[in-house]
Design a protein around this ligand. Structure first.
Ligand code: SF4
Ligand code: SF4
Length: 458
């Protein structure tokens, strides 16, 4: 087990070294080197332990021969808590806690990789009516008890193409939640081309989490997210979003960068968007697009991992120096590792979170809208619990190969269902390499800035 010299290795050599160090050896645990000596992640429970003396030799030997029985014995002898926290049982009938409304299955951009096929989800463009939006809100609120909270998200297509429906649904949700003594938070993912200062005031008033899809700075963005006539959209978006960036109090405005082989300069995008005032910047590798265009392959994923680590190193440097650095992927990873997040699914899709199509059918999430074979019922008749139960059984990480034998399975959850169903799992080395890096960064930050993990920060 060697410490990877991140500062001296660069490019795919650094990424490959991380991927190799993160390769799955046993499903029960992952041993990783840090500047504070060897550490161990116990998969079940996502618990991180520092190792000393006899424990290092004993666990290294047990992990090296990949014998599960001798590893279990070593864990017991060393006094680890070996109770299983996650078994094969699918999540029992979850309450709906978040809905995303495809208020406009139409879009004014022609993004090269769009999962929604330029907003229409493979069908004809359509707009949600206020009746369907209100019925969605009613469904969401129907399971909320006093004091509970739910999230209502607006996605598309471009949701601001249906501004009136969005505002009406928000007002309806605020009013009905108050009548129940419950509360609703709001979020929107927008391409930023239609947003106005008045929208900003509306989002500010209701404390929206606003995510603007931006794939880099200037030309890097324009290559991937042009208007349908081919013209660049970056300048318009930035001009539109500037007033919102200046307004952020209750509202938070973040940027989401979809990473393709055409926009691999992540550090440049992160620093540029952060300088504009975005509250955070997050990166999502493009693994599956309807046409196959702009999907990342292995060499691209190596570059992405190297760039992510470059951003992560700057994140560590800034946090140690007592500064803020709005790298969302790292902030989220630190929070999840610190909490010991362990889950048998990658996300809430098909469980507490569902997507609603413009017509009112329910789907596992916003990316499954338009997939009628996987409809989960509709907003009038409610969630089809038998379809949901079958989904939760089928998608449990213990039913996924090769996840069953992967140490990262309870942090990763088995990968985005949509991407796995449509493209398989081409990114496992990338995912494990990133988690391996984050585990080391966590140990460093916990030692140098323990206050960073105080509840209000982490
Ligand atoms: S999808 Fe995630 S859990 Fe499954 S094998 Fe890949 S990295 Fe591991
Ligand atoms: S299935 Fe994929 S796209 Fe849908 S909510 Fe989960 S991670 Fe997101």
């Amino acid at each position: 087990m060697t410490l990877i010299p991140l500062a001296t290795r660069k490019g795919s050599a650094r990424a490959r070294a991380l991927m190799d160090a993160a390769a799955p050896r046993t499903p029960a645990a992952h041993l990783f080197a840090t500047e504070h000596g060897p550490h161990l992640l116990r998969s079940d429970g996502s618990r991180v332990y520092g190792l000393e003396g006899e424990a290092i030799a004993r666990l290294s030997a047990a992990l090296a021969d990949s014998d599960q029985a001798s590893l279990a014995r070593a864990f017991e002898q060393l006094g680890f808590d070996t109770r299983a926290l996650i078994d094969d049982t699918p999540m029992p009938q979850p309450k709906v806690r978040a809905l995303s409304l495809a208020v406009a299955q139409a879009c004014n951009l022609g993004c090269s990789y769009c999962y929604a096929e330029e907003g229409s989800f493979g069908g004809r463009p359509s707009m949600m009516t206020s009746e369907v939006a209100r019925a969605s809100v009613d469904l969401l609120l129907s399971e909320l008890a006093p004091g509970e909270r739910a999230n209502l998200a607006f996605l598309g297509g471009e949701p601001l193409a249906a501004r009136a429906v969005l505002r009406d649904a928000t007002a309806h949700a605020v009013r009905c939640a108050a009548e129940r003594g419950a509360s609703v938070t709001f979020s929107i993912t927008t391409n930023g081309t239609l947003v106005t200062p008045e929208d900003g005031e509306f989002f500010e008033r209701h404390g929206f989490a606003v995510t603007v899809s931006l794939d880099g700075l200037g030309p890097a963005h324009d290559r991937l997210r042009p208007f349908k006539n081919g013209g660049g959209s970056y300048d318009r978006i930035i001009a539109n979003v500037r007033p919102l960036l200046a307004m952020q109090r209750r509202m938070q405005v973040s940027a989401r960068v979809t990473v393709t082989p055409q926009n691999l300069r992540l550090r440049e995008a992160l620093d540029g968007l952060s300088a504009l005032g975005f509250h955070s910047v997050g990166f999502s590798p493009m693994l599956s697009s309807p046409t196959g265009r702009d999907e990342l392959t292995i060499p691209g994923l190596e570059t992405v991992l190297d760039e992510m680590v470059g951003c992560g190193e700057e994140f560590k440097r800034r946090i140690v120096a007592g500064q803020r650095y709005p790298f969302a992927n790292m902030t989220n990873a630190m929070r999840e590792i610190h909490r010991g997040t362990h889950r048998p699914y990658p996300c809430g899709a098909g469980a507490g979170y569902l997507g609603v199509s413009a017509e009112g059918t329910l789907h596992a999430c916003h990316r499954f809208v338009g997939d009628e074979e996987r409809a989960f019922g509709d907003v009038e008749s409610g969630v089809d619990r038998s379809i949901q139960a079958a989904w939760l059984e089928e998608r449990h990480v213990h039913r996924q190969e090769p996840c069953r034998s992967c140490w990262a399975r309870y942090l990763c959850g088995g990968g985005c269902h949509h991407e796995v169903i449509h493209r398989g799992r081409p990114a496992c080395d990338y995912i494990r390499g990133w988690l391996h890096y984050c585990l080391g960064a966590y140990v460093t930050l916990l030692s140098r800035r323990p206050d960073y993990f105080a509840p209000e920060t982490a």
